[in-house]
Every structure is written in structure tokens, then in C-alpha cells.
Ligand binder design. Sequence first.
Ligand code: ATP
Ligand code: MG
Length: 263
Amino acid sequence: MAKILAVTNQKGGVGKTTTALNLCAGLALLGERVLLADLDPQGNATTGCGVVKQDVRRTVYQLLIGNASFAEARLRVAFNDFAFDLLPANRELAGAEIELIELEAREYRLRQALDGVSGEYDFIIIDCPPALNLLTVNGLAAAQAVMIPMQCEYYALEGLSDLVNTLKKVRAHLNPVLEIEGLLRTMYDPRATLTQQVSGELEKHFGDKVYKTIVPRNIRLAEAPSYGKPALAYDRNSRGAQAYFALAQEVLERRQRKEGNTA
Ligand code: ATP
Ligand code: MG
């Protein structure tokens, strides 16, 4: 069965989409069967895969409201030497917020959609929007664990406690197994003293939940989406691409260690 990870942080622009996309690329390159689910009406993960979002007829939106099957909404995206599946999104998804309210089991629509296909993948990575809304709740209800990208800046820790409280509520009401898989330091600039302080605080509070891999600020990561490619396809040797490859390895190791412990 797939390990389902929601990449989430209600704060905007912290690197969620960059992380979701490049983690998928890294895992695919390591031979894992991967699905990227774009749960953000901005559709940035979709664009980052080279898919023209305005042209996609069936997206995760139709899937959530029951107007398309998983097979109809899924696309295959292929790069030089790796490929993965994508559930695309575009602006239409913004309407789901309201339409879902009317529907039965509105928090579990994504989970139900993924239920039947979990066996086809090793990892399903969900890119959440920058809000704690019903779309994000669908992501959190479908996932086994969350990955939290964050910039090591002053307000980050405050935002983190809001997120941790939300996760507690989701666990209590919707998804008792939901865990924090890990916290990822993104856009890291080691020259800033504050960055180092916040990074230290994170390690103090969250211990080994903080990934060893740190993603540096790297222009290649920001350029790659405009070429419709993950960084590992755009400039594999860049520091940014290499960091996400290392993250994919770390995620895989964590999974193997965990399953080794429970086997
Ligand atoms: P949103 O909350 O709007 O969905 P997000 O959390 O998904 O944003 P991204 O879109 O991944 O964040 O990143 C925000 C911007 O920063 C993008 O332009 C992206 O290309 C750039 N970026 C992300 N990570 C890095 C990095 N490590 N180095 C340089 N630029 C980065
Ligand atoms: Mg995003």
C-alpha cells in the first residue's frame, strides 16, 4: 500500500509545492511508483510538471465532487529518465470549497478517491494549499503523515504551533493515525544568524522529526517550474536538485526503518 504524505503548511510561499514536486521526482528516480496530487487551485504543482492547467478537462476537482473517476483525472508525466502520475488541479478547484459543503462525507472525498488505487503506488504525495480549509482537511484526512516545509524565520515557530493544533483536531475527529512525518527546512541561508537560531529551536522541540536534509536557497529550484520540469530534470547537479534527491532518500530510509520495526 502507498505511503500517503500531505505536504502542508498554512503559511504561503514556504516551499510546499517545490517540495512536493521535487520529492516526487526524487522518489521516482529511485524507482518508486509515485502519484502527485495537486490539491491547490493555484495549480502550481501541475504547471511545475509541464502540464498546461487551463487545458486540463478533468482534474482533482471533478474527482472530489464525483464527476470523474480516478482513471479519468490521472495523467502521466515523464521526464528524461523518470516518470510519475499526477492528479492535476486548476482554478476550478476553488469552487470545490463551497460545493463540498453540500456533499456527504465532505472531509473524506480525497481519501475515498485514493482508496482503490493505493496499491498501485509506493508513495502518494499531496500538495496542499496555503490555508487550513476544506481542501487541506481532505488532504489531511487522506494522509498517513504530514511533511511540513518551513523557512527558518521568526514567525515560523508561531505558525507551526497553529498547525500542530490543527493536526491534533484532525487526529481527534477525522484521522486518528495522522502523524508528523517530518519538518523540512527550506530556502535555507546559513549566513543568517536568525535562521540558525530558529533551526536550533526546531531541533530542540521536534528532535529527529526534523529532517537531516536541509534545502538551501537555490535559484535553480525557482527557475525549473518555468520550464515545466522538476529540478531533477532541469538541472540535476544543482544544489537544490541534489538536496531534494537526498530528501527522497531520507524519506525512503525512514519508511524502511519504520516498517522494519513493525514487521
Ligand atoms: P503557496 O503557499 O503559494 O502554495 P508554496 O509553499 O507551495 O507556496 P513554493 O511555490 O514551493 O511555495 O515556493 C515559493 C516560491 O519560492 C516559488 O517561486 C519557488 O520557486 C521558490 N522557491 C521554493 N523553494 C526554493 C528554494 N529552496 N530556493 C529558491 N527558491 C525557492
Ligand atoms: Mg504551493
